[in-house]
Write a protein that binds this ligand. Structure first.
Ligand code: NAD
Ligand code: MG
Length: 394
């Protein structure tokens, strides 16, 4: 068995740390050749000390100097680079054959695209990349000829429930009728609407079932996360939007389902632990130990499912609308949401105004076709400016 050479984009985040946890248990299968982080230099230094990658990348020159100093003290030979271009270098020059794309937000788009073009195995956690540029990304994967393994738990579940040949040839004879994405409903699923007024970042980030980065935790509370995931599923699996459904499932045990023409519904179940989809993506088509405790169905009180409440979760409606509009609308939605969530986390925007900022930004920008990276990056920048202006002038 050859050892897989892995690059992790976003190694200091929640997905990055879980990825290293799986890799740590399988030194005979995986070697880490590149690690990248934004600003968490000390955590990255510890990871470099343990995994000895060829390349480490951070956001800026100060961070690079700090990391170089820490590594020199410990005589670690890792080459330290910085800036957005260096993220591409980590993909193309590290000798990796597998890339975990786990930078949060639009910052992860360009390196994820580089991974897609490169013909390597891409483990895609960074859903924002697909939301912004699904068409370009899927084309880049096709031309690159590599394997795309979804890491987002719902998409990983659906991937597991689809026939093997579906991604290459989604032939109607395979009988796939609908994809059902499950959603916990987040921390405010049952909170009376009048109590959502003063929600704090800590309350919004306290997800009942999953431990994740802050941005995706807030997205889960507003259910923008599920909206982004509908768009992600649309690009990954190539089914029309009306065949992609969302179901509230508070227990987070059924990670998603596929309904077939003959009446069968296939579901993937498991603990809410990202190491399962990460291990699946790393070892596919084999299965390896992920460090996840076995699921005990007898200890579960019940599994329940319900329709989402679009009044409670206006972000979900906005995402459905942007998905239906298509073109650059999902990129605008994503950019405005990133700015609004960052402002909320910074205590500069009330929780309930996140959807308002997104809606106003969507209404302010005419939609074009998303046919080049330049167009997408331009609309992303414009949407950020407009969203920021709405927040400042409130
Ligand atoms: P996180 O905030 O914990 O980590 C983000 C990582 O990206 C960190 O390593 C950070 O240093 C890096 N980063 C942030 N901004 C950067 C920039 N400008 N340049 C370079 N690096 C930068 O986020 P996370 O929860 O690990 O999520 C990562 C991605 O995976 C997101 O797109 C998220 O939607 C997706 N995802 C996460 C989970 C989860 O359980 N955490 C589940 C499904 C999907
Ligand atoms: Mg998910």
């Amino acid at each position: 068995m050859s050892i897989k050479q892995v690059a992790i984009l976003g190694s200091t985040g929640s997905i990055g740390v879980n990825t290293l946890d799986v890799i740590r248990a399988h030194p005979d299968r995986f070697q880490v050749v590149a690690l990248t982080a934004g600003k968490q230099i000390e955590r990255l230094a510890k990871q470099c000390l343990e995994f000895k990658p060829r390349i480490a990348v951070v956001s800026d020159a100060d961070g690079a100097a700090h990391l170089s100093k820490l590594l020199l003290e410990k005589q670690v030979q890792t080459q330290v680079l910085y800036g957005p271009e260096a993220l591409i270098t980590a993909v193309t020059e590290s000798g990796c054959d597998t890339v975990m794309a786990a930078i949060v937000g639009a910052a992860g788009l360009v390196p994820a695209l580089a991974a897609a073009k490169s013909g390597k195995r891409v483990l895609l956690a960074n859903k924002e990349a697909l939301v912004m540029s699904g068409d370009l990304f899927m084309q880049a994967m096709k031309h690159g000829g590599g394997e795309l393994l979804p890491i987002d738990s719902e998409h990983n579940a659906i991937f597991q429930c689809l026939p093997n040949q579906f991604s290459k040839d989604p032939n109607p004879s395979l009988g796939v009728e609908e994809l059902w994405l499950t959603a916990s409903g987040g921390p405010f699923r049952d909170t009376p609407l009048d109590q959502l007024v003063g929600i704090t970042p800590d309350q919004a980030c306290a997800h009942p079932n999953w431990v994740m980065g802050k941005k995706i935790s807030v997205d889960s509370a507003t259910m923008m996360n599920k909206g982004l995931e509908v768009i992600e599923a649309f690009w990954l699996f190539g089914l029309p939007l009306e065949k992609i459904k969302v179901l509230i499932h508070p227990q987070s045990v059924v990670h998603s389902m596929v309904r077939y023409r003959d009446g069968s519904v296939l579901a993937q179940l498991g603990q809410p632990d990202m190491r399962t989809p990460i291990a699946y993506g790393l070892a596919w088509p084999e299965r390896i130990e992920a460090g996840v405790s076995p699921l005990s169905l007898t200890q579960l009180a019940a599994l329940s499912f319900a329709e989402p409440d679009l009044v409670r979760f206006p972000c979900l409606s906005l995402a459905f609308a942007a998905a239906n509009t298509g073109g650059t609308a999902p990129a605008v939605l994503n950019a405005a949401n990133e700015v609004a969530v960052a402002a909320f986390l910074d205590e500069g925007l009330p929780y309930l105004q996140i959807p308002e900022v997104v809606e106003k930004t969507l209404n302010a920008i005419p939609i074009a076709s998303a046919d080049s990276l330049d167009v997408i990056l331009e609309v992303d920048a414009r949407a950020r400016n407009i969203a920021q202006e709405f927040i400042s002038k409130r």
